[in-house]
Design a protein around this ligand. Sequence first.
Ligand code: ADA
Length: 575
Amino acid sequence: MVRLFDRHRIRNVKELDGMWDFSMEGVEKRYRLPVPGCWEQHPDFLSHRGKGCYSREVYVEKAGNLRLEFKGVSHTADVFWDGRQIARHYNAFTPFSTVIRHVEKGSHRLEVYVDNTFGEHSALHIPNDYYTYGGITRPAAMESLSDVYIKEMHFTPSRVGDVWSGRVEAVVCNLSDRAVFVALEGSLKSWQGGASGEPEEHDTPAEADQPFCCAEAEIPAEGEAVVVLEGVFPGVLAWSHQAPKLYLLQATLLWEGEPVDDLIDRVGFRVVEIRGTRLLLNGQPVYLKGFNRHEDYAVDGCAVSLQHMVQDMDLMQDMNVNALRTCHYPNDERFLDLCDERGIMVWEENHARGFDLEKMQNPNFEKQCEDCIREMIQNHYNHPSIVIWGILNECASEEPEAREMYRRQYEQIRKLDATRPTTSATCRHFTDICLDLSDVVSFNMYSGWYQDCSVDERNKQEIEWIRRSGGEGKPIIVSELGAAAVYGYRDRSRCKWSEEYQADLIRKSLEVYMQDENITGVFIWQFADCRVTEEGGWFASRARCHNNKGIVDEYRRPKEAYDVVKECFARYRQE
Ligand code: ADA
């Protein structure tokens, strides 16, 4: 499944999950592999870096236009339809789609050539402290399109006093060779699948659609136009981490009076703002407390199944989190759907981890970052759970040339979405020259692990330095803190790498950062152990070729620190 709710009632959708034919460049044997999935799940390709071809027959019931959507292919996809190339996409972590016109009824051949190799062609997927898998690693679907259809829609809530309003900006496309007049209708319906499953009192009855209103527009031949719908909704309930109320927003497109297409999304009424050094949700200060979570599971690779996503969410909520950082790339939309449903506030970030200036000077770097930011915001804008956009984790923010790249990326985000604050997690302690560029200042702190120093003393030095180096008056988040522990390694000396040491340091760190009024959030590094690449020298500092700083291991087996997190997140900062 592509999302946790149906996105269309009128448009016909065929999900492409299932068994596909597979062949690997340079390998004679032929295979059948599951989609979504990673080829590393097959014993012949456990650590394979190369180019594979997924292929399947697709039967088209009715001649017309088709839209193919891939939620994630790792890391480069070349898509062919009946032998003709129809799409190319780089980056495992953002969706892409393509439209094929005038498709005949009958059988067709769909092929996806997938490349997970490293080299100059790949500026973002490099040997790193996480693994770049190979495969069609997220869901895919095929849709039948009318000549006029809704390409996307962005929903922006706002509030005056206690009255909520909503604005929809829908992009309507016209594939025909003549201009057409269309009408767009919008409606809002309470989504009843919340945690309790019971309609809240004072809520709008599930069956009562609240009309947005209707708008008419002329869509140019073989072009597109933005159609705006606006509405006031006095009766709706706000979305928050304490009460994550969701609504189904349905846009229906009428052409010559007939409904020809629709698009449904799930939205929430909430506003995020910064006031002084605090982050506010619906006017109330919040303290973000959560985990950094890689999309990586022992037996799934990065193609984490829905069952395992739900298990991760249940474990994190058992530890009393209210937030998540999608380190270090945009996440699977099904996981973001879960965050929307459960009231988990999300820091979502573009795809970048630890690039020094030389890596940032890769000729493909800025374009690949820009594409990732655009696709992330274009596709994830409507998730109420996303409260902050991040960029460039631990990149060269001490370098003037890199500062220009940071500035351009923040500028790009603000143009695409002025409703959410921006930040970047840095480790350029006392040398960072980009703190003035973001709305929130975020630091990755490893006092007691990489730096043998007092958490408390080091925190005071950091805050004092931030305040006089561009971060004055801004919210501060500790975006990473933690220590490694090999699951099952217990040692009464409580030495580093033992579960005991990790539990002790997590406790010390949370007691300091969660009781410092300068700090408005913490993200523990990290939720679960994850695989890392052997290349790039990572094996030397990563026992088992894993990053072992998880509070649970890659099979989600809890370490001693699990109960420390649960206790501290329950005890401190309940706002
Ligand atoms: C950095 C980085 C993380 C991870 C962590 C670690 O802060 O942002 O991705 O590599 O260090 O485990 O050292």
